[in-house]
Design a binder for this molecule. Structure first.
Ligand SMILES: [Zn+2]
Length: 424
């Protein structure tokens, strides 16, 4: 079905020109948009018309590093021990949580995250999943949930040695099954310090076999570097480089906080993309990256803390002022870089027919010249009124069209209770 948006004030996401126009949106992963003077009175096929009078229409957003598995963590019981460092945060919070996830909880987590993404105008999600005692079918469960809401995605399972060889092999098998079924995805790895050499080798071979990249946490905390030096006599990026992990198509390295000059050079000269997650770094107190010399392949993620890319952009901007001296165009480019990542690596689901209608009633005028000031200080996700994913209207007037919001949240709360009982 063709979708028409009438009376739009269209903002071209690349050159920031503003055009008063109607828009014809065609559906599908290979669909596009056409700016038209008026909507045909008798369209050639069934059509849906959305009136955007007084609203702004622009390209929707993407998340470069998410963890739907953490959705049910909000408000959960306190850990057995208050963590004193990053490793203890993993041990007492996240690894305790992910070990208790079952497929029903994963489904609820994926649906709730997808709901929030959709309502925030995020139509493409790169996710990194963990559920060590329910790996089989986990990626397919997340895919089904995302597809039902209408989001495009690039999923992976975070393979590691932290729970032994059997579970490592299950992670590899789930990844292989998922990719073999023709789904676009990464080969996920947790982090250098939980991934032995055999595991790393198998993961990179698998990625090569399916012409995709790896998605891994890199030097999120200094302990990752210390472990790598002690066990492999080299630093993390060097280790991944030596193993062939930097030549793959579409690899994502999350965080990359504690890198030395040589690692930055390796990264800059590779094809790897960095996903920055500033709020998570502050929350875990692991330090903040100065990404000034990382090259231009940096995009933004949320690290599972939320599904709001405006929020990520604003946090990255404020942090970047003090580290790299980031500018308005600099933060906007980083916010939009995910589109370049998807396009350059040939992934599907992020064509021009991914749009958001913003109901942004500003106290001052907004135009091409000052848009970036509004982007940093004014517009936020609460202004996302309607959202179009691959040409399909998935949120209309702030209501999810592709599912029942109350049912999804009721199911999530039910699964949250079930999980929390297991955590105690
Ligand atoms: Zn992460």
């Amino acid at each position: 079905m063709t979708l028409y948006i009438k009376n739009a004030r269209f903002i071209d996401w690349q050159n920031l020109t503003f055009t008063n126009t109607d828009i014809q949106v065609s559906e599908g992963k290979d669909g596009g948009i056409k700016l038209i003077d008026s909507i045909p009175i008798f369209p050639s096929d069934p059509a849906k018309v959305v009136d955007a009078k007084g609203k702004f229409v622009t390209r929707s957003f993407g998340c470069g590093h998410h963890h739907i598995y953490s959705t049910l963590a909000r408000g959960m019981p306190a850990p057995a021990k208050t963590p004193e460092n990053f490793i203890e945060i993993l041990k007492y919070v996240w690894w305790h949580l992910d070990k208790n996830l079952d497929l029903e909880m994963i489904k609820a987590s994926a649906l709730a995250s997808a709901l929030y993404c959709a309502k925030n105008g995020v139509t493409f999600v790169i996710d990194h999943h963990a559920s060590p005692f329910n790996i089989e079918g986990s990626l397919f469960t997340i895919k089904e949930a995302f597809d039902s809401i209408g989001l495009s995605h690039l999923l992976c399972y975070e393979i590691s040695d932290r729970d032994g060889e059997k579970i490592r092999d299950k992670g590899l098998a789930e990844t292989k099954n998922y990719l073999k079924a023709g789904n676009q995805g990464h080969v996920g790895l947790h982090a250098s310090f939980t991934v032995g050499n055999t595991c790393l080798e198998k993961a990179i071979t698998l990625a090569r076999d399916y012409n995709t990249g790896i998605h891994i946490h890199v030097a999120e905390d200094m302990s990752d570097q210390d472990h790598c030096q002690q066990n492999h006599n080299k630093r993390v990026v060097q280790r991944l480089y030596d193993a062939g992990g930097l030549d793959l198509k579409g690899s994502v390295f999350a965080h990359c906080i504690h890198l030395d000059k040589n690692e930055k050079t390796i990264l800059r000269e590779s094809k790897v993309w960095v996903a920055q997650n500033v709020e998570s770094n502050l929350n875990n107190n692991v330090g903040l990256a100065d990404v000034a010399n990382y090259g231009d392949r940096i995009m933004l993620g949320t690290d599972g803390m939320h599904s709001d890319m405006f929020r990520s952009a604003k946090a990255t901007f404020y942090q970047g002022l003090g580290t790299e001296g980031i500018s308005f165009p600099g933060i906007y480019e980083r916010f939009r870089n995910i589109h370049r990542f998807i396009k350059e690596n040939g992934f599907q689901g992020d064509n021009e027919n991914n749009l958001v209608i913003l109901d942004y009633n500003a106290p001052t005028i907004m135009n091409q010249d000052n848009f970036l000031g509004h982007f940093v200080y004014g517009i936020d996700s609460s202004h996302a009124e309607s959202v179009i994913s691959s040409g399909r209207l998935i949120v209309e007037d702030k209501k999810l069209v592709t599912g029942n919001e109350e049912d999804i949240l009721r199911f999530a709360r039910e699964m949250g209770n079930k999980l929390w009982k297991k955590l105690k």
